[in-house]
Design a protein around this ligand. Structure first.
Ligand code: NAI
Length: 339
């Protein structure tokens, strides 16, 4: 099989270190990937480029698929978040984040198997903020029929394709009657076309309590942008933390795969970050290429990587966040030895 060009954005903070680990593991799996490296975030600014350079966007448009490390957006310097900008520019409207217990990672819960489907392009992340009058500022929550419809459709289609049983919308339509009201209305309308999938609406505050009482009662969580952001980290905490939750941002043309976590400045440069979430995102990417481009060789490599990291975790060969002692690159080595 020929080499598939894939854009790699190493990112900032722990990003470059975990990207190196992931690249080594992917090479060891035999996956025929040719990485096209591009910058975004602080590392782009430091090179005199824009925070999200055109060359990065153009490369993703050309190659359709990217693996992205976490990016730091300087706060309070007039920059729009790199991540928000990237998702909006490419219209990557659906964040898909599987959250599952891993064998070998002990947590308070067992049997957790959730998928967060988050609307990625609007809500309070639309970036419409104004100073109304000195001392009074405003941030606008935007919801459109188009975006509410297509994200709900994504959730039900995903459920059907993966044999999932239930879609639960977390919302606050009792307070935000128009915006969250539109979100649940579109979800409910669509649910009528998917009678094989149970549909449920839960007010988000009570939903958070239910999640920490018994996360196994949920299957797919469908959320608008801000709620999806918050719940992703909450749910990561159910299965071992941010080091073990992968994700993807999917549009109709391009897809960008990235971990849920950020650039973790508190542990950057110490070779202690867990590369697993980025590696799992890369496994999702290989399976996406297998599904969409018939690359069965990538599915084989994805299975190989998955089996190897599961074995490493079962053997207790892990990074500090999971109670182990290994550094980032040593953990990568432990995975490669088990391949
Ligand atoms: P964070 O996710 O970077 O860190 C939260 C906590 O989790 C920290 O204690 C960190 O050490 C730990 N952590 C995160 N990833 C880890 C890993 N792989 N292994 C071990 N421990 C890990 O969130 P925070 O601190 O809120 O944000 C830091 C920066 O990252 C900010 O500039 C933020 O804007 C950016 N960010 C970028 C994202 C992206 O590029 N997709 C997503 C979230 C935040």
């Amino acid at each position: 099989m020929s080499k598939r060009k894939v854009v790699l954005i190493p990112g900032d903070g722990i990003g470059p270190n975990i990207s190196i680990a992931v690249k080594k593991i992917v090479t060891a799996s035999g996956a025929e990937i040719d990485w096209i490296e591009r910058k975004a975030g602080l590392s782009a600014l430091e090179e005199g480029l824009d925070v999200l350079p055109d060359s990065t966007i153009e490369a993703i448009k050309e190659h359709k698929v990217a693996l992205k490390g976490p990016c730091t957006t300087p706060i309070g310097e007039g920059f729009t978040s790199v991540n928000v900008q990237l998702r909006k520019t490419l219209d990557l409207y659906a964040a898909v984040r599987p959250i599952r217990n891993l064998s070998g990672v002990k947590t308070l819960y067992s049997g957790v198997d959730l998928v967060i489907i988050r609307e990625n392009t609007e809500g309070l992340y639309s970036g419409v903020e104004n100073t109304v009058t000195p001392g009074v500022v405003m941030s606008m929550k935007v919801a459109t029929e188009k975006a509410c419809y297509r994200i709900a459709k994504k959730a039900f289609e995903y459920a059907r394709k993966r044999g999932r049983k239930k879609v639960t919308v977390f919302h606050k339509a009792n307070i935000m009657k128009l915006t969250d009201g539109l979100f649940i209305r579109k979800s409910k309308e669509l649910s009528e076309q998917y009678s094989d999938i149970e549909y449920e609406e839960v007010i988000i505050d009570a939903g958070c309590m239910k999640l920490v009482q018994d996360p196994t009662q949920f299957d797919i969580l469908l959320l608008e942008n801000l709620y999806g952001d918050l719940l992703s980290d909450l749910c990561a905490g159910l299965v071992g933390g941010l080091g073990v939750v992968p994700g993807s941002n999917i549009g109709d043309r391009e897809a960008v795969f990235e971990a849920v976590h950020g650039s973790a400045p508190d542990i950057a440069g110490k070779n202690i970050a867990n590369p697993l979430a980025l590696l799992m995102s890369c496994v999702m990417m290989l399976n996406y290429l297998a599904d969409n481009e018939g690359r069965d060789d990538f599915r084989h490599c994805a299975d190989k990587i998955k089996e190897a990291y599961n074995k490493a975790l079962e053997d207790g060969a892990t990074t500090r966040d999971l109670g182990g002692k290994l550094g980032t690159q040593e953990f990568a080595q432990a995975i490669m030895e088990r391949m």
